[in-house]
Write a protein that binds this ligand. Structure first.
Ligand SMILES: Cc1cc2nc3c(=O)[nH]c(=O)nc-3n(C[C@H](O)[C@H](O)[C@H](O)COP(=O)(O)OP(=O)(O)OC[C@H]3O[C@@H](n4cnc5c(N)ncnc54)[C@H](O)[C@@H]3O)c2cc1C
Length: 383
């Protein structure tokens, strides 16, 4: 293998896991992050078994697992608390030897950064454009500086300006619902697993984390960037969901305005190319998905694992070829997840009472084995 110089744009989960994978494959890596400091945005994160396998492939699953809360039960409830669907993934865990975890985003970021002690990580470097030559790529930054490198991995998230340059037709889509998240102390509740409650006023997810913490999220249908939603306080959310089953109101009551994180839910309409010669799109920059399946970061981690897999299996090949092979392996799986997640969101966000009632009946009729089969498709990876 020939050691190459590779710049990674973006220090999120995709950028950092890719940097770890590239180092593991023996390349020289530098990470350029726009923010003044590399820190996670968000509260909790579900790391499904496929992500844990990806973390294993890049050599860090054993460090991440102890910081996660093991999750095997996923239940969808109606707003009165009636069970609509219940899944116990331990059957699959036994079959594949892998578990699902929920983790604090900050804890994951710390581990990822800790794995890059000898990697140049520059903050305050917002990439604005790329120029590709026959032997190299030049990155132009907003501060007027440039960086020449042999290859570039673009992992600058859903609003990627570089993707926009490479694929001007790519489209960020608003899903039609907006989301609040928070990380709170558990007020003494026994939470056996993760739940989602689907009701006419919106959807509430509750996920237990380690160290007696709870991560919750709420999705409400609204126009994009709604001033009314922007002004919502923790008390407003509590009053909107006061009629939902316990422990939804109890958990919302423990939340302060400072703990709230708010953003509209968006994705990217699936694109047909991730590889552009010496440049590769990864993570949300390539295939941002709505969070309904909890798979965005999981797919970013799979990206890093697949890239490493290709590099190790084909050490004789040029990186342009590796990037193309990566694209072939990743396009159909990520497109399936983006599309399925979009559809799931539409069903979960139904708000007309009549349709909600029909949906709830239909949900209760879906055999458990069908839900498990769908989960198994996600568990199955090709690395
Ligand atoms: C409400 C919600 C809940 C979610 N829950 C889950 C979940 O449970 N499980 C899961 O797997 N996924 C989940 N996701 C998705 C997950 O958060 C993303 O898929 C994941 O964080 C994407 O990582 P990334 O590194 O590709 O992008 P990002 O996390 O967006 O990182 C991009 C990085 O690039 C930097 N950057 C941006 N522009 C530039 C530039 N021009 N130059 C240099 N740097 C730049 C940014 O500052 C950032 O650090 C959720 C998402 C949302 C919105």
């Amino acid at each position: 293998m020939n050691r190459k110089s590779i710049a990674v744009i973006g220090g999120g989960i995709a950028g950092l896991t890719t940097a770890i994978a590239l180092r593991k494959a023996g390349h020289e890596v530098a990470v350029f992050e726009a923010a003044a400091e590399i820190k996670p945005l968000g509260a909790g994160l579900l790391l499904a078994a496929n992500a844990m396998k990806g973390l294993g492939r890049i050599g860090i699953a054993e460090k991440v697992a102890p910081l996660g809360h093991h999750l095997s039960h996923f239940t969808v409830l109606s707003q009165s608390g009636r069970i609509l669907s219940e899944m116990d993934s331990s059957v699959l865990s036994r079959k594949y030897g892998l578990n699902n975890f929920a983790i604090h985003r900050g804890a994951l970021h710390q581990i990822l950064l800790g794995e890059l002690p000898f990697v140049r990580v520059e903050t305050g470097k917002r990439a604005i454009s790329l120029e590709q030559g026959p032997q190299s790529v030049t990155i132009h930054f907003q501060d007027g500086s440039t960086q020449r490198t042999q290859y570039v991995v673009v992992a600058d998230g859903v609003h990627s300006s570089i993707r926009q340059q490479l694929l001007p037709g790519s489209r960020v889509r608003y899903a039609g619902y907006t989301c609040w998240r928070a990380l709170v102390d558990n007020p003494g509740l026994a939470l056996p697993g993760a739940t989602e409650t689907w009701g006419a006023s919106g959807r509430v997810g509750i996920v237990p984390l380690k160290d007696n913490k709870i991560y919750w999220f709420i999705c409400i249908n609204a126009p994009a960037n709604s001033p009314e939603m922007r002004q919502m306080t923790a008390a407003d959310l509590l009053s909107r969901f006061a009629g939902y089953h316990a422990p939804v109101p109890q958990i919302l009551a423990t939340t302060s305005d400072e703990q709230l994180l708010w953003n509209d839910i968006i994705d990217i309409a699936p694109i047909n190319h991730f590889a552009f010669g010496r440049v590769l799109l990864m993570g949300d920059a390539a295939h941002a998905t709505t969070p309904n399946m909890g798979q965005g970061a999981c797919q970013a981690i799979e990206d890093a694992a697949v890239l490493l897999d290709e590099l190790e299996k084909h050490p004789e090949q040029e990186l342009e070829q590796i990037f193309t092979r990566f694209e072939h392996r990743r396009i159909s799986r990520t497109t399936m997840i983006v599309n399925r997640s979009w559809q799931m969101g539409r069903i979960a966000q139904l708000s007309q009472p009549g349709l909600v009632a029909v949906r709830d009946i239909a949900m209760r009729c879906i055999p458990n084995r069908v839900s498990l089969k769908q989960m198994e498709n996600i568990y199955q990876t090709d690395f």
